[in-house]
Design a protein around this ligand. Sequence first.
Ligand code: ATP
Length: 371
Amino acid sequence: MAHKIWNWQQKEWPHFTYDEDALKTLELKFSQNTGTVLGAFKHVNENEKEHLIVEILSNEALKTSEIEGEYLDRDSIQSSIKRNLGLKVDKKKIAPAEFGISEMMVDLYKNFNTPLSHQQLFDWHKMLTNGRRDLKDIGTYRTHEDPMQVVSGRLDKPTIHFEAPPSHDMLKEMEQFVLWFNTMHSETEHSVLPIAKAGITHLYFVCIHPFEDGNGRIARALTEKSVAQSVGQPALISLSKTIESNKKTYYNTLENNNKSLDINDWLLYFGQTILDAQNDTLKLIDFLIEKAKFFDRYTTLMNERQIKVVIRLFDSGYEGFKGGLSAENYTKIAKTSASTATRDLKDMVDKKMLIKTGELKSTRYWLNIKY
Ligand SMILES: Nc1ncnc2c1ncn2[C@@H]1O[C@H](COP(=O)(O)OP(=O)(O)OP(=O)(O)O)[C@@H](O)[C@H]1O
């Protein structure tokens, strides 16, 4: 490469700079949100807490894979997360990709507090590449001779978005990175605030790009480790879900921040992403609290069909049952006749469990909770 284009070729690498004042509002909001999440958690009973952890870890496993265009099976991931957490033993056979990502999420959750080590990164890489046969270096940093590039577009005419340092620098770079991460997250280090720590962690890691594959997923896991160490609890934020919902901005912002060591734009984008991810968790917690209240109040007033349908509605999450529940949906879920469905639904509206909107064929029913 003729010109020194990339950040790692700059003299000051890896000393990133940013404007602390510009991040102040985000850092403050982060610390307020952290308090709110911890407070809300106290209102969730043990059963619901378990549900929440499984829900968030499963979503994150799914979404971090989706960012890379890999669509995994939700049920297998949930099962595998439960098994890895020691909550469930069943004989369901789980495919290698689903098993691997679940194992990594649970390891991240359980061992959030241990200092980062090369071994932990190698283990994650092994988990992520579980079952793959197309890679040379698994569970170790890359060694291939050809340049490590992030590319898109046609194979014969690719657009190069980034080129990472050569493979022979990996040991030196990663030694430095691991040392930086652990120093930055030691108890006595207060000069850098949590959002900045997490944001630098992500960008710094993907710019080294130390593995043959899986660098994005490991970078997002490391970000969650950083947040967890800053707050002293597993992060449980919907980071990958939030990134995935606006993937283009994620890639564009990375691309605009991989040349200079001044990464202010990146930290502003990523800080807001972390806040959105925290807010998503808060909504989930509120939703679970509402769910528990709903069942406390109404379980004895419902027949078996009604309970089955209500469970199905809650399973759709706080975003709700797509388009609302119709009488036809009800007959299908409860496996009942149209006339029974009409009677059950009217009863639930009368008891204020459901809210009815629309008329005739466009009549829809919604759970009567605060959403
Ligand atoms: N222009 C860029 N500069 C620096 N990093 C980038 C850029 N564009 C994308 N990235 C990062 O590189 C990651 C992709 O790297 P890599 O392919 O090794 O990861 P990932 O986890 O692979 O998944 P998969 O192997 O399934 O593609 C993205 O998720 C993103 O974090």
